[in-house]
Each structure stands twice: as C-alpha cells, then as structure tokens.
Design a protein around this ligand. Structure first.
Ligand SMILES: *Cc1c(COP(=O)(O)O)cnc(C)c1O
Length: 423
C-alpha cells in the first residue's frame, strides 16, 4: 500500500508546495471537526488525542438528559449496560475484528492483566511469558506480576534490543525457537508500534512464529489503534489490548479496549471475575458463572460518561473509512505525513545534529517520528514556547505523533522549521 501512497517528495521545495498537499487531501475537512487551539501545532496525539467538537455535546446529553432526567432507568432505557459492547462493536472494524470480539473496558494496564493471565492459563504446562526489555513499562510490570505474584510458577523472559533500539522481529523469531526456551513459552506479548522509536512490528509474522512455537500472543495496540490499518482476524491474533485516549481521541483516561479471538472465547477465564462479567449479573447469585463470549472480560460498572466520549470520537474514524477498507485512508495519510517529516528532517535537521531514529520505510513505522538529540528535553521545552507540542522521552529522544485525522501537511513543514530554529 505504501508504494502507491508515496508522495513526490522531490517536488516539495516550499511551504506553498506543502499547502497544495493539504488542498488535495480528501481527509483534510476532518480537521475542522476537532477543537484545536489556534497557533498550536499539536504533535502529541499519540499521548492524548485531540478533542472532537462533537464530544462535549454528546457527553452533555448523557449527563443532562439521560443521567439528569432518566436517572437509574437509563441503564435499560438508554442501554447503558450495552455500551461497552456497542463501543467494542464500533471499534471492531477499525481493528480488523468481527463484532463480538472487542469490548471497551477498564484501562490498558488492567486489560493486559486480564488477557495475559487468561492466555497463561490456556498453556498450563508452559512457564515463560516472552516479551522485550524495551516494552512499555506498565506492560512489563503487569507481566512480572502475573508471573510472580499471581501464579508463582512462571517467569518473564525479555529479548534485548539491537544497539539501543527495540529488538528486530528477526530476533524475536529467533528467541521463539531458542533451544533453551523450547516448548516453555506460554505467551508472547509485545507492542505493535514501539512507543520510543515508532518502529512497527509485523504482527502476522510474529503471531505465526509464536503459534509455531506453541505459544499464544497478546498484542498491545496502544500506538497503532486509530492510526494504522489493523487486521487482527486475518493475522490470527489471539488477544490484544489498546488505548482509547491516544489516536482514538476518547479523552483523558478514556476506556481501553480488549480483543479476544472468537475461537478462544468459550475456553478462556478472566482473573477478575466481576459481577458485570457474570452470565446474569442481576440474579445476584453467590457463585460466579462467566457470561458467554467477550462479555466475561467486563468486570465492574462501566464508566458511561467516558464511553460516550469515546463513542462520539469513533464517528470520525468511521467517516474517514467510508470509501475504502476501514483505516486504509488514514494509514495512507499517516505514511505520507511521516515520509514528509523525514524528508524535511533530512534537509533541515540532520545537519543540526538531530538524527531520525524512526524507520525510513512507512510500512515499518507507526504514525510518529522520533529524533535523537543530546539536549532533547530542552528542545521539547523550547518548542512548546514556539507553539509546537511534542514530547520528550529520556534520555535523548524527541517524539512527534502524527494523528492522521487532524494533522495537516503544513503542520509538518512549520514544525520542522521551528525545530530547526530551536536547535
Ligand atoms: C500508553 C500505553 C499504555 C497505557 O496504559 P494505561 O493503563 O492506559 O495507563 C500501555 N501500554 C502501552 C504500550 C502504551 O503505549
């Protein structure tokens, strides 16, 4: 896909050339659907997505009309109880999943706990949870907790990176067939897109390699859901989690989501059997009976206001997906934004000592560009004063998220100019 998507970067010489890219962009009108502050170039949508204009009205409606007027009857009258599944079913096509395979619930960390524990139980004679040492910290903490605290018979093994960056997919494949770990790996758990460098993994390849080794996979999609085209079913993924407040724009602390492949759903158990994962919560029976399917992975009472905000935000991903397979147009724009950033960085920033660490090939990258500089923290602060919001990842990385729903090509041009001024 990214070949057909390539921009003619050799033809980009001026800001006017870049403005033309925005004029020709069929997704450009969607930016107006966000309440972005004027004068700010927001390149941090992979930490906290921007506010859709429709969100405030949707939340106000749930607060004032549903909660305010209908009170407790809203659980049935407005199907609040069904909202985690309805939002999950709207997320499903954006993830390449079927209805009934996704539910919006809890945080990414909690969902990881639930799914890693569930996967671990499906491989009772194996003791290793395999990950990588540079994985997002919460993912490693949770894996360690399951290994040591919850079950006591497992251990976490991590594959180390190549030269400071995350380990290559080849290294992970090699670890899966390592003699020392042979037939011990219960679960492989990794991020799809590395939060530091933006490097993207080949989910289909690594999932197939894990399955060949007899292991299950739990993927963390925090940095790809809402920015890239995902095909969880076609890739044979067993389990996945992801974040609602990053590229999905669900708002601060938005509910996360979890995916369980249909074929596994009736076999898996949750380690957090709360009443809303019960077959019949309102029978108030003393013993737990799991709900059929994905619903067993709900736990307690869902956060209705936050789910309403996430639901409103998803309208925009669906609109952007109307003419093509879901997420295809957004992934193409993400690739182009990144290609433009890298091309401009090569001309303007590399001579100033700012080295890109994100992969050159769009197909190997998420929707972010990371640069390395010894004074990265100072530069991010100086950029904030110039109206460019990125973030600092210690010790020396400047990270810029390129949310394809609302980032313009001129934002990339202007950001690179301001980075050059600040450096
Ligand atoms: C952002 C992120 C999280 C966040 O987890 P929360 O429980 O929402 O705080 C987890 N994992 C990865 C890979 C992330 O990028």
């Amino acid at each position: 896909m990214s070949e057909a998507a390539a921009l003619d970067l050799a033809a980009v010489h001026s800001r006017a050339d870049v403005e033309r890219l925005d004029r020709d962009d069929p997704l450009a009108p969607l930016r107006e659907r966000f309440a972005l502050p004027t004068g700010t170039i927001y390149l941090d949508g992979n930490s906290l997505g921007a506010l859709p204009r429709a969100t405030a009205g949707r939340v106000a409606e749930v607060v004032e009309r549903q909660w305010g007027e209908d009170l407790i009857a809203s659980w049935g009258r407005h199907d609040w109880l069904g909202l985690p599944r309805r939002v999950g079913d709207r997320l499903a096509p954006l993830l390449g999943a079927r209805p009934g395979e996704v539910v919006a619930a809890d945080s990414t960390s909690v969902n990881l706990f639930k799914l890693l524990a569930a996967a671990r139980r499906l491989r009772p004679r194996r003791s290793v949870l395999l990950s990588e040492s540079g994985h997002f910290p919460t993912d490693l903490y949770i894996a360690e907790a399951i290994a040591g605290w919850l079950d006591g018979t497992s251990r976490v093994e991590t594959v180390d990176g190549d030269g400071g960056g995350p380990p290559s997919d080849d290294r992970i494949v090699a670890a899966l067939s390592d003699d020392r770990l042979h037939e011990q790996i219960a679960v492989l758990t990794l991020g799809h897109v590395d939060f530091r460098t933006g490097a993207r993994r080949d989910v289909a390849r690594l999932t197939a390699a894990a399955h060949r080794a007899g292991a299950l996979v739990v993927w963390d999609l925090a940095h790809s859901a809402g920015a890239l085209r995902l095909e969880l079913d076609a890739w044979n993924v067993d389990f996945a989690v992801g974040c609602g407040y990053k590229f999905l724009n669900g708002g601060p602390g938005a509910p996360a989501f979890l995916f369980v492949a249909q074929a596994l759903q009736e076999q898996v158990e949750t380690p957090l059997p709360g009443w809303l994962g019960h077959r019949d919560p309102f029978a108030f029976t003393p013993s737990y009976q799991p709900a059929p399917g994905i619903d067993r992975f709900q736990c307690g009472t869902p956060p209705i206001l936050s789910l309403a905000a996430l639901d409103a935000a998803l309208d925009l991903h669906h609109e952007a997906s109307a003419a093509e397979p879901p997420m295809a147009a957004l992934e193409r724009k993400a690739a182009r934004l990144g290609d433009l950033f890298l091309a401009l960085a090569q001309r303007r920033l590399e001579p100033l000592g700012l080295a890109p660490v994100s992969p050159r090939q769009a197909a190997q990258r998420g929707s972010q560009i990371t640069l390395r500089h010894p004074r990265a923290g100072d530069l991010i602060a100086a950029l904030a004063e110039r109206g460019v919001v990125g973030d600092f990842r210690p010790p020396d990385l400047l990270r810029f998220g390129l949310a394809p729903l609302y980032t313009r090509y001129v934002d990339i041009w202007d950001a690179v100019e301001r980075i050059a001024e600040a450096a």
